[in-house]
Design a protein around this ligand. Structure first.
Ligand code: KIV
Ligand code: ZN
Length: 515
């Protein structure tokens, strides 16, 4: 029997970005969106156009760059939100407005201060207005899992009649449990008279670690769209993870009556890209994309797998894109090969100058590290400041001293607005000394919120990829830096964060703007 299609709606660029500290620049969003398109994601929620000028421009840039996935913007139910979303989506080949209003008593009483009848009217108005901008409108009942059943039926029937083609039932606070949530979706689909005119969708948060289980339970009861994110990124404990949903329905095709369009071999490269851009490492034991997801430690397992793979493996690592990071370039690769590979990775540059800058970083890296993988290229591009105004701060050279029994110190050469400076400081360790040296010179007034180091590829010659999260006046930025020397990588990441702050490329978090 032919299977139903399960629409994969990725919200890494919107709900994913609502993870504190996960802000992305416009160019980073476009890079991720291109990967999602390559992977075959059906709908990409590119942002929340009204949240800020930066978000508006990101939605627009994604709508311009991506043609094979539908591009969506979130909008509350107000006219100004919807008009802004419609405007941002103008360049899209296929667009969707995703409008929402809360439907639970607690949200209606305390947050919206609206009566249920007013909420219904507002929802219908929002959907009707959205239809003036696009024929694809999604309506979400925020906090659906804590809403009253009869009220959900009433509002959903009305918004479908007004033209909503997708009805989304978020478990906004991650409170639901699989049995109950699946039953809610099934019961709504059976009770609403015009339910057959819409696709029912789920959007689950992971506060109790149940986001994927809840989503899949709903799929078994008839939901045909799942909203999810790469690596499960998202507000608080995150959203359902795209890779787990996709691989569950594929691996258990005997259980799930649906199929997706996803090219699973793009999963691991996309996971790496999102992790590298946001600075959120993937835990080693994370399903599908964790470093240990396919590693067998016990002798019994290894023996079994060698004799017959399926004794202990339910999926093949290569099917989800492990080992896809083929050796791409080396010391002798020229500009054309470098550009061609970046194009394949969906990376482009606004100017020749930015391209030549990346190329010269590539040459420096190739001198130190002979095998250059896709991940190395992604990291290399992540530290080039992708905004107008270029780099205010630039790393030039460093000398570090660290010896048992002595105070570690760092002497750093860096340029500020093109002028070279040399500065020295001591610290608790060489990284601390290097950061203190930078601050001695620039006195940025920022607060360090996170420092993390990851190996980009395997082996001791791998580049260390460092994320430095800085906060200044409520703006949080993630700076990235990569180098075979992790202290240099740390300095690059710190300077990258300062450059992002000084360029104004990052927006404040939507919640902080009171949106
Ligand atoms: O979690 C939620 O309720 C949301 C909606 C805006 C869809 O993210
Ligand atoms: Zn959400």
């Amino acid at each position: 029997m032919a299977k139903d299609s399960l629409v994969i709606f990725d919200t890494t660029l919107r709900d994913g970005e609502q993870s504190p500290g996960a802000s992305m620049t416009r160019e980073e969003k476009v890079r991720i969106a291109k990967m999602l398109e390559k992977m075959g994601v059906d709908v990409i929620e590119a942002g929340f156009a009204i949240a800020s000028q930066g978000d508006f421009e990101s939605v627009r840039a994604v709508a311009e760059a991506v043609k094979n996935s539908r591009i969506c913007s979130l909008a509350r139910s107000s006219a100004k939100d919807i008009e802004r979303a419609g405007e941002a989506l103008k360049p899209a080949a296929r667009s969707r407005i995703h409008t929402f209003i809360a439907t639970s008593p607690i949200h209606m009483d305390y947050k919206l201060r609206m009566k249920p009848d007013q909420v219904v009217d507002e929802a219908v108005r929002a959907v009707t207005l959205s239809r003036n901008f696009t024929d694809d409108v999604e309506f979400s009942c925020e906090d659906a899992s804590r809403s009253e059943f009869d009220f959900l039926c009433r509002i959903i029937e009305k918004v479908i009649a007004a033209g909503a083609g997708t009805i989304n039932l978020p478990d906004t606070v991650g409170y639901a449990e699989p049995q109950e949530y699946g039953a809610l979706i099934g019961r709504l689909m059976n009770s609403i008279s015009n339910a057959d005119k819409a696709v029912f969708s789920v959007h689950c948060h992971n506060d109790l670690g149940l986001a994927v289980a809840n989503s899949l339970s709903a799929v078994l009861q008839g939901a045909r769209q799942v909203e999810c994110t790469i690596n499960g990124l998202g507000e608080r404990a995150g959203n359902a993870s795209l890779e787990e949903i996709v691989m569950a329905v594929r691996t258990r095709a005997d259980v799930f009556p649906v199929e997706t369009r996803i090219d699973a071999t793009q999963i691991v490269p996309t996971s790496r890209l999102v992790s590298s851009i946001t600075g959120f490492p993937v835990q080693p034991n994370k399903a599908i994309v964790g470093a240990n997801a396919f590693a067998h430690e016990s002798g019994i397992h290894q023996d079994g797998v060698l004799k017959y793979r399926e004794t202990y493996e339910i999926m093949r690592a290569e099917d989800v894109g492990w080992n896809a990071n083929k050796l791409v370039l080396g010391k002798h690769s020229g500009r054309a090969a470098f550009k061609a590979r970046l194009t394949e990775l969906g990376i482009s540059f606004d100017s020749d100058e930015a391209f030549m800058d990346a190329f010269s970083r590539f040459k420096d890296l190739a001198d130190k590290k002979h095998e250059i993988f896709d991940e190395d290229l992604q990291a290399l591009v992540s530290e080039v400041v992708p905004v107008d105004g270029g780099e205010k701060y630039r790393y030039l050279a460093m000398e570090c001293h660290s010896q048992t029994g002595t105070q570690p110190s760092a002497r750093l050469s860096m340029s500020v607005d093109g002028k070279e400076h040399s500065v020295e400081a001591e610290g608790d360790g060489p990284v601390d000394a290097a950061f203190k040296a930078i601050e001695k010179l620039v006195n940025s007034g920022t607060r360090l919120k996170l420092y993390s180091v990851n190996a980009i590829t395997q082996g001791t010659d791998s580049q260390g990829e460092v994320t430095v999260r800085l906060e200044q006046d409520n703006v949080i930025v993630n700076g990235n830096g990569a180098d075979t020397d992790i202290i240099v990588a740390s300095v690059k990441a710190y300077l990258n964060a300062l450059n992002l702050l000084s360029s104004g490329a990052m927006r404040t978090h939507p919640q902080k703007e009171g949106v």
